[in-house]
Design a protein around this ligand. Structure first.
Ligand code: PA5
Length: 481
């Protein structure tokens, strides 16, 4: 058995939060934090922690229980089995929280070129696509590529009424019905939605589509461990039981009331202090791994939609929220790093690092007589990416730029499960510390309603009427190029 297939081996792997780069002794007193400053927030953290514990006990935070839902796990595996045997292409139709978790899992845990592999090298698994935008060019090109008879579409919408997803659904349904007939088309659509409410639930009932539930009370951006993320992951051959085990392991650690033993709590405190006390409104996540790139994307939504709020819990206008930015190591060293090192002191950087990459690539010895190139020979790309990551952490500190790192011993379902769950809990803690509700998204809803009005949805006419008045202003503001 290969070592990575040995579950007792992978389950010994714990991710770690390294926040030495946040401290004053490393980043300097002006920008770094002291133990005293962190401990001063310990009581506030304790009370947020207690509050969440009570809400969880009362069943008000059901996302916490997703990694323990064995029934849903079984259901997902069964549906995934049917999909794997029944099609060549699997397409997710969904947006925001209904897509980003699946994308993050697919990118981090499936083969990096899954869709380009020949079928036998994919172990017979379907190709997996995520259509998370309605750009007619992008969506149209994807549909043109796929034979509807060999494709299964997974429509994901918690509310069942999101205009983007439901438009995609209508387009796909029409094509399927035209090609396969009314009756046969039903086996090509699977709906993941609220178990009871919403248009998608009602449509699935009428048409007879197979459905999977998004457990009640679980919001889009906290749904990665529900069928929203699990089904696409399972179809791509990812071990979702191990993913859940990783999340459970993080849950155990992140239940600790002691801030110094709770990585989600500590990282929330550090981020909030950087934002509120050290005046750093921008929070950059930079994974040193292509596989983790879309985890930064998923996290960007989690952080932005959860923490960007107009009102605090007492209804006061606060217009609060750090701005999350995603970057990629090493690529963005050649794009963003100059700004991070020499620009304004307004950022806190979070590195995602990998101890052991799943591949090792040697740089062959050669051109030894050329000093500027020859030294690379004999090393590996692994040495290089790790050296560059460490050098960047150090360079940032030399310039008094605070940074923290979440270190993954390697990338596997167990460690990714830990990472995603920890970041979810961290977001709740940060929301509590900032005294806002991290679980709603009234701003997004407002945008959705203006669009409904423009598209003629009944009940939203007034919203459409408001728009031109506000946008036109008093004089034209257009310049032709
Ligand atoms: O996180 C969220 O709540 C949002 O990003 C939603 O997931 C997104 O707007 C899509 O909503 P729905 O799943 O209802 O189609």
């Amino acid at each position: 058995m290969k070592r990575w297939q040995d579950k007792s081996w992978t389950r010994s792997m714990k991710i770690a939060l390294d926040f030495s780069g946040m401290m004053a002794d490393a980043a300097g007193p002006r920008h770094g934090l002291t133990m005293k400053q962190i401990n001063a927030v310990a009581d506030a953290f304790k009370s947020v922690h207690q509050g969440l514990k009570q809400q969880r006990r009362a069943g008000d935070l059901p996302f916490y229980e997703l990694p323990y839902d064995r029934q849903v796990l079984k259901q997902v595996l069964k549906t995934a089995g049917r999909i794997i045997n029944g099609c060549e292409n699997f397409v997710v139709l969904g947006i925001g929280g209904s897509a980003l978790g699946g994308i993050a899992l697919f990118r981090s845990l499936a083969h990096p070129q899954h869709n380009l592999l020949p079928k036998n090298k994919r172990k017979g698994l379907p190709r997996v696509f995520f259509a998370d935008n309605i750009d007619p060019e992008g969506f149209g090109a994807l549909l043109e590529l796929l034979d509807p008879g060999k494709t299964i579409f997974n429509v994901i919408s918690k509310s069942g009424g999101t205009a983007e997803t439901m438009s995609q659904f209508l387009i796909v349904r029409n094509r399927l019905v035209r090609k396969l007939g009314r009756k046969k088309h039903t086996s090509h659509i699977i709906a993941t939605t609220d178990p009871e409410q919403g248009y998608l639930r009602a449509i699935a009932g009428e048409e007879g589509y197979e459905t999977l539930p998004i457990q009640p009370g679980v919001g889009g951006r906290f749904s990665v461990f529900s069928p929203v993320g699990l089904l696409p992951a399972a179809v791509a051959g990812i071990d979702i039981a191990e993913l859940m085990a990783g999340a459970q392991s993080a849950d155990k650690t992140c239940r600790q009331q002691n801030l110094w033993k709770n990585p989600a709590g500590m990282n929330a405190v550090l981020q909030v202090l950087a934002y509120t006390v050290k005046n750093k409104p921008i929070s950059v996540m930079i994974p040193y791994s292509d596989a983790l790139r879309d985890i930064a994307d998923w996290y960007r939504q989690l952080w932005a939609e959860s923490l960007g709020k107009r009102l605090d819990v007492d209804g006061r206008v606060v217009n609060i929220g750090p701005t999350p930015v995603k970057a990629l190591g090493v690529t963005d060293q050649h794009s963003q790093l100059q700004l991070y090192i020499e620009g304004p002191f307004d950022k806190v950087i979070t590195f995602l690092t990998v101890g052991r990459y799943r591949k090792n690539i040697k740089i062959p010895a050669g051109l030894k007589h050329m000093d500027g190139v020859g030294y690379l020979g004999g090393h590996t790309l692994n040495d290089l990416i790790q050296a560059e990551e460490q050098a960047t952490e150090f360079a940032l500190l030399q310039a008094n730029r605070v940074n923290t790192a979440i270190r993954l011993p390697e990338i596997n379902p167990f460690t990714v499960g830990q990472l995603l769950f920890m970041l979810e809990v961290q977001t709740l803690y940060a929301g509590g510390l900032l005294r806002i509700n991290p679980l709603d998204q009234p701003g997004v809803e407002a945008g959705k309603q203006f669009a409904y009005g423009m598209m003629g949805r009944k009940g939203f006419e007034e919203m459409a009427g408001m728009m031109p008045l506000r946008r036109q202003g008093k004089r034209p503001c257009h310049i032709m190029v």
